[in-house]
Ligand binder design. Structure first.
Ligand code: PBS
Length: 283
């Protein structure tokens, strides 16, 4: 059953496209849990806040310093890639995705990662205090890591970001964003039938909508027994930043009686929503 969310992971993503020797763009996005807090588009000089509490508990000056680090990084990154492409004889167009994140763990500890993908495949990551090629990465990844590992200053900055700054930022965000992060919205649920999959069968649909946060468990059951063949859809976004899910079941028409759909969600406590197919009028 879905636990009330107690740990939030912070995730950042950098997307860089290099179309040819001169055209390139880089965009950054970052989330705390499922909430996007930052955007930094190629056209902009500054990191954009998507929530009023995105600055966390950092002072204006601390934020300026951090932003400056990223401004320098963005320029250097672009220049470095152009250089690497020349040295390694790689071909345009190329896509680079860099993802990083941090998870706060009990006892004031945290776990962080940073890795890079080239043309959609992992090529390297930052481990401890150095750059390491990914397993199965192309041979040039070794060479690239060797070169990157010679830059002590950058390694120290990356380590500082991963192990000091991000955990500190997340701790602050958990305070400034508290009320929004703790938000709980109860789902509504209803049943419908879909087009019969084959003669003599019914397609039962259980809709669950309007819940927040995202973790939810929806099952078709007979009594307490979960029905095999339950098909879980993807959790889809509603426009009001709540979520929607439907869960379907293909059954023989004669077997439909006695089936129920059960919804577990943190907003409901242990008061699961249970809807019985028998009571469903529009069969
Ligand atoms: C061609 C295929 C490539 C595939 C994937 C590549 C992934 C590469 C990841 C490398 C990221 C670092 C790129 C920039 C770096 O080399 C260096 O030029 C600059 N370093 C920084 O900006 C540090 C911050 C890095 C944050 C990374 C977060 C994702 C500039 O370095 C120079 O200045 C700094 C001070 O600003 C230091 O003095 C450093 O020693 C100096 O070299």
């Amino acid at each position: 059953s879905p636990e009330p969310q107690t740990s939030y992971s912070f995730r950042g993503l950098q997307i860089s496209s290099f179309a040819n020797r001169s055209w390139t763009r880089t965009d950054f996005l970052a989330w705390l849990g499922e909430l996007q807090l930052y955007t930094w588009r190629n056209e902009s000089d500054t990191v954009g806040f998507l929530k009023p509490w995105s600055q966390g508990t950092f002072s204006e000056q601390q934020w300026e310093q951090l932003q400056h680090t990223f401004q320098v990084y963005r320029r250097s990154f672009t220049r470095d890639i152009w250089e690497f492409v020349k040295i390694l004889h790689l071909d345009y167009p190329l896509e680079i995705q860099i993802s990083g994140g941090c998870e706060l763990l009990p006892r004031n500890t945290s776990e962080s990662f940073l890795r890079a993908a080239f043309q959609g495949k992992d090529v390297l990551s930052f481990q401890g205090m150095s750059w390491v090629p990914a397993p199965d990465a192309p041979p040039w990844s070794q060479e690239l890591c060797k070169k990157l590992n010679q830059d002590q200053g950058t390694k120290e900055t990356v380590h500082w970001l991963l192990h000091d700054i991000w955990p500190q930022l997340v701790r602050g965000l958990l305070q400034t964003g508290k009320s929004e992060l703790k938000k709980q919205v109860k789902p509504e649920a209803w049943l419908s039938s879909g087009p019969p999959p084959r003669p003599g069968h019914l397609w039962l649909v259980c809709h669950v909508s309007g819940f927040y946060p995202k973790p939810v468990r929806v099952t078709w059951a007979r009594g307490e027994q979960e029905e095999p063949g339950t098909q879980q859809g993807d959790v889809m976004p509603n426009a009001d930043s709540t979520w929607y899910l439907r869960v379907t079941l293909d059954v023989e028409a004669a077997e439909a009686a006695g089936l129920s759909c059960r919804v577990k969600h943190s907003s409901l406590g242990d008061q699961d929503i249970i809807l019985y197919w028998d009571h469903h009028s529009s069969v």
